[in-house]
Design a protein around this ligand. Structure first.
Ligand code: MG
Length: 201
């Protein structure tokens, strides 16, 4: 039976996309995160309105995102996990349309990426989100009930907690202090890919 590594994207394999967009577009309102707006869907509605107000289309966003590179060592980390017999599944709260350039840079098959999709209007502005799950990342993990005993998960934030709890070994990767303070004791706290690869799992 194949072993699975469920891996978050932003903050683990790639930098935070919205922070980069806020900087490149010089729109400080886009720096708001789930720390300021607790509900993710409300935060996305807010972001969609800001983008429309500043007349930023998805195509413009995708051009900016192409400049952003995966984190140093991310590609080798995935290669090493595959070498240990792990099937990589990306579980992200980002959007397929934002992740396309990273998926090709990291050679991740698109059918191994579980994320959300954006809806556009005729002019190419983002209008809404098609959410692929409603309860959280554990929904995606539970599609593999028979493999969980041999599976690991890696994530950096609150939205990863349910996924990290659902597998044998959950790695909390370079968390912020706020996230770290609320992390369950059973999570393994790590700050590098090497720490994950060198731990016993
Ligand atoms: Mg993350």
């Amino acid at each position: 039976m194949s072993k699975i590594a469920f891996i978050d994207m932003e903050g683990v394999l790639i930098p935070e996309i919205w922070t980069f967009l806020a900087k490149q577009l010089a729109i400080s309102e886009l720096n708001l995160t789930t720390r300021e707006v607790a509900d993710y869907q409300s935060l996305m509605l807010y972001r969609i309105n800001i983008l429309k107000k500043h007349k930023v289309t998805l195509a413009q966003i995708q051009e900016i995102i192409k400049q952003l590179e995966p984190m140093a060592g991310a590609f080798d980390f995935l290669t090493a996990l595959r070498g240990k017999g792990y099937n990589i599944q990306i579980i992200s709260d980002c959007f397929e349309e934002f992740l396309q350039s990273f998926v090709s840079k990291l050679l991740i098959p698109i059918n191994a990426v579980y994320c959300h999709q954006l809806q556009l209007d005729a002019e190419g502005y983002i209008t809404s989100v098609n959410y692929s799950r409603t309860q959280g990342k554990q929904e995606a993990v539970k599609n593999y009930p028979f493999s969980l005993r041999h599976s690991i998960a890696v994530g950096d934030a609150f939205n990863d907690f349910s996924m990290l709890s659902a597998v044998t070994k959950g790695f909390l990767f370079a968390p912020s202090e706020t996230v770290l303070n609320q992390a369950p004791a059973e999570f393994s706290i790590v700050y590098s890919y090497e720490e994950i690869l060198n731990s016993n799992f």
